[in-house]
Design a protein around this ligand. Sequence first.
Ligand code: SF4
Length: 63
Amino acid sequence: MATQRFGLCDSCVHQQLVRSGRGSTFSMCRIGLRDPDWPKYPRMPVLRCPRYEARPPQAAPER
Ligand code: SF4
């Protein structure tokens, strides 16, 4: 089971996990790629989000 560490984003269809060259993992919100008023990297953990959409349980986050 994946560790829940980014709050709501961990179960949201819009999350994309990004790995840095130094081995850190960041949670990116793909809404931020198309909406300049939305943060690509919201402050973690996200506890409330008006744009949250649950990801199907078996679906892995985008990488
Ligand atoms: S829509 Fe909200 S909950 Fe979903 S990934 Fe973006 S910031 Fe996180």
